[in-house]
Design a protein around this ligand. Structure first.
Ligand code: DGL
Length: 273
């Protein structure tokens, strides 16, 4: 489908998490129309193999292309880690992931040169943040930790109190924070919801980096470079697509997006192979 500056931006994630990225995108580029696809039938991606995550990501992108999107945002860290090269090769539009923007902010924020990255098992095992950071600065020391339990805690809205604090202490206090890191990358869509507790456990000397805003800035740059920014206030549309029934997405998603979602359409993905 043809696209121009009035075409929407496509955003996909494994479920509700990417709404944290969509929120930053809407704040940064309020005139742009958006189509968000949450693959709620297949979430989580974080514990799946890169091959499977790539297959799902290509199918998500294909649906969004049918909506005539002019740029694709891969809001999911796990999908950005696994599928970005395959998406860039397959698609005729620019593709922006969340890892390089987040890594860039972290590389500039650190003073000690010691950075911690937390994410899903898939993101951490992929080495994508480590590679992105090394390509920006060669003198960095990077420590990583997978924190899978943060995802269900954020979805349950269990972001304060004893249970998330104990989980955060277990993941972070041992090896990760004892190494003099001064910057901690929240390398998963869900972790910004737990940032208060993570900051308390990490202490005031550690700066948390969330890639959502840096990704929104990168989207603005790419659209500007290609003369694809929408300039009129008229006809800004928000569409939400999901692969499971929409009820839970609408309910949980409101917390991630910061306001209510009026409706979401259920669709089927055409998976290849
Ligand atoms: N969206 C995923 C990410 O940012 C977290 C949820 C999942 O495992 O699918 O890595």
């Amino acid at each position: 489908m043809r696209h121009d500056r009035h075409s929407p931006i496509g955003v996909f994630d494994s479920g509700v998490g990417g709404l944290t990225v969509l929120k930053a995108l809407i704040e940064r580029l309020p005139l742009e129309s958006t189509v968000y696809l949450g693959d709620t039938a297949r979430v989580p991606y974080g514990t799946k193999s890169p091959e499977v995550v790539t297959k799902y990501s290509l199918a998500n992108a294909e649906v969004l292309l049918e909506y005539g999107v002019k740029l694709l945002v891969v809001a999911c860290n796990t999908a950005s880690a696994a599928a970005l090269p395959a998406l860039r090769e397959a698609l005729p539009i620019p593709v922006v992931g969340v890892i390089t923007p987040g890594a860039t902010v972290a590389a500039h924020a650190t003073k000690t040169g010691k950075i911690a990255v937390i994410g899903t098992p898939g993101t951490i095992a992929s080495g994508a943040y480590q590679q992105a950071l090394a390509s920006i600065r060669t003198d960095l020391e990077v420590h990583t930790q997978a924190c899978p339990l943060f995802v269900p805690l954020a979805e349950e809205g269990w972001v304060e109190g004893e249970v998330p604090r104990m989980v955060a202490e277990k993941y972070l206090s041992g090896g990760l924070l004892s190494r003099g890191v001064d910057t901690l990358v929240l390398g998963c869509t869900h972790y910004p919801l737990l940032s208060t507790i993570i900051q308390q456990v990490a202490g005031p000397a550690v700066t948390l980096v969330d890639s959502a805003h840096a990704t929104a800035d990168r989207v603005a740059e790419v659209l500007q470079e290609r003369d694809l920014l929408k300039r009129e206030r008229l006809a800004t549309e928000r569409h939400y697509l999901v692969t499971d029934t929409p009820n839970r997405f609408i309910e949980v998603g409101a917390r991630f997006l910061g306001h209510s979602i009026s409706g979401a359409r259920q669709i089927d993905l055409k998976l290849k192979g």
